[in-house]
Design a protein around this ligand. Structure first.
Ligand code: DAH
Length: 360
C-alpha cells in the first residue's frame, strides 16, 4: 500500500470516527452551553475537524479535493445539526414555560367552601329591610347597659317583680351596681326618648341585637338570644297604629294567609299591653302539638308606651304618645324554618347552617 493511500485511509477513518463521536455528543446535549462546547470541540480553530483538515496537505491533489469536499460536507452537516439542536432546546424551553403557565383543566378541582348567611341573619335582615321600607331608622344600642336604661327608665324600679322575669347578668357582684348585660332591647326606647329631637320629626325606629339572661340552655332556652324592638313616638299615635303595624309585619313574615290575634297582656313599660299571635301554620288552627292544641302561636309582646317611660326621659306624655313591640328573632327563625332546638342556632354545625343556603 502506497503512503498516500495509507494517509488517505487514516483521514477517512478519522472522519468516520469523528462523525460517530459527534452524533453521540449531539444526542446527549440539552443545554445551550453544552451545544457551544460541542461546537468549539468539533468546529473551533483548535477543533477536531480543523485538526484533520490540516492534514489534507499531505494527500495527493485528487484525494485532497475529494476528502476536502467530504470534510466540508461534514462541517456543514455538523453546523446544521448544531443549529437544529439549538432550536430544539429553545422550543423545549418555551414549551416548558407554557406548560407551567397553563391550567390543567383535567385536574380535580378544589371546592371553595363559600359560607351561607346564618338563618338568624336571614330573619333579621328580612325584617330590617321591611321596616326600612316603611321609613324606620335602625339604632341597635349596646350589649352592655346600665340598670337605669335597662330597667329604671322602663318603669321597672328596683324591687319590682318584673325584674324576676328577666334574670340578669350583672357585671359586678353588687346587684345595685349600674352595669349589666342587657336583658332586652327595650333600653333603646329610653335612649331614644332621652336624645331625640322631636322638632326634626317622630321616632320611628328598630333596634335589634343580642340580649342575655341567666337561663339554663335547653331546647327552647338560651342564655343569649336575639331580639328586635320597634318604637314609634309622635303626637296622636294610637293603638290602631300599633295593631295595623303588627298585622302587616306578621302577614309579611309568615304569609298573607295567617290570621293575627291580639290578647291583653302585661309589660311594665306599656299600658295597655298586648301580645300578638298568629294562627298555627302547622295545623291551620285546628290544634296540634306545635300550638299546644290552642290553634294559635304566640309571637310578640307590645303595647302603648307607659306615661312613666315618657316622664323618666323628660318627654311630656300629654303631648306625645307611642307604641312599642318586641320579638325574639330566634323564636321567629325556629317557627318559620321548623328548627326544633334553639341551641342549633349557636353551635354552628355547618351541616345545619348550609340547609338555609339560598333562603335570602
Ligand atoms: N322587652 C320585652 C321582653 O324582653 C319584650 C317586649 C314586650 C318589648 C313589649 C316591647 C314591648 O317593646 O312593648 O320580654
Amino acid at each position: 500500500m502506497g503512503e498516500f493511500n495509507k494517509k488517505t485511509m487514516d483521514i477517512e477513518k478519522k472522519l468516520i470516527e469523528l462523525q460517530e463521536k459527534f452524533q453521540q455528543k449531539i444526542t446527549s446535549v440539552n443545554s445551550k452551553d453544552d451545544i457551544n462546547k460541542v461546537k468549539v470541540e468539533f468546529l473551533g480553530k483548535k477543533g477536531e475537524l480543523t485538526q484533520i483538515l490540516k492534514q489534507l496537505g499531505t494527500l495527493s491533489v485528487n484525494k485532497r479535493k475529494e476528502i476536502g469536499k467530504q470534510a466540508n460536507q461534514i462541517r456543514d452537516h455538523f453546523t446544521e445539526q448544531l443549529d437544529l439542536k439549538i432550536n430544539d432546546i429553545k422550543r423545549a424551553l418555551i414549551e416548558e414555560k407554557i406548560n407551567e403557565e397553563t391550567i390543567d383543566v383535567t385536574l380535580p378541582g378544589h371546592e371553595n367552601m363559600i359560607g351561607t348567611k346564618h338563618v338568624l341573619n336571614i330573619v333579621i335582615d328580612d325584617l330590617v329591610d321591611f321596616y326600612r321600607s316603611m321609613g324606620y331608622t335602625i339604632d341597635d344600642g349596646t350589649e352592655i347597659e346600665d340598670d337605669k336604661h335597662n330597667f329604671e327608665m322602663l318603669n321597672i324600679p328596683k324591687g319590682h317583680p318584673a325584674r324576676d322575669m328577666q334574670d340578669t347578668f350583672f357585671l359586678t357582684n353588687d346587684r345595685d351596681d349600674d352595669f349589666l348585660l342587657r336583658s332586652q332591647t327595650s333600653p333603646n326606647q329610653a335612649h331614644a326618648l332621652e336624645t331625640h329631637d322631636f322638632s326634626k320629626g317622630p321616632i320611628r325606629m328598630i333596634s335589634h341585637g343580642r340580649v342575655f339572661r341567666r337561663d339554663n340552655d335547653d331546647v327552647t332556652h338560651s342564655h343569649q338570644f336575639y331580639q328586635m324592638e320597634g318604637f314609634v313616638v309622635d303626637k296622636n299615635i294610637t293603638m290602631s297604629d300599633l295593631l295595623g303595624t303588627l298585622s302587616v309585619t306578621l302577614k309579611y313574615f309568615f304569609g298573607e294567609d295567617r290570621e293575627v290575634r291580639f290578647r291583653p297582656s302585661y309589660f311594665p313599660f306599656t299600658e295597655p299591653s298586648v301580645e300578638a299571635d298568629v294562627n298555627c301554620f302547622f295545623c291551620n288552627g285546628s290544634g296540634c302539638s306545635i300550638c299546644k292544641y290552642t290553634g294559635w302561636i304566640e309571637i310578640l309582646g307590645s303595647g302603648m308606651t307607659h306615661p312613666n317611660v315618657f316622664k323618666a326621659a323628660g318627654v311630656d306624655p300629654t303631648v306625645y304618645s307611642g307604641f312599642a313591640f318586641g320579638m325574639g328573632m330566634d323564636r321567629l327563625a325556629m317557627l318559620k324554618y321548623g328548627i326544633e332546638d334553639i341551641r342549633d342556632l349557636y353551635t354552628n354545625d355547618v351541616r345545619f347552617l348550609e340547609q338555609f343556603e339560598g333562603e335570602s
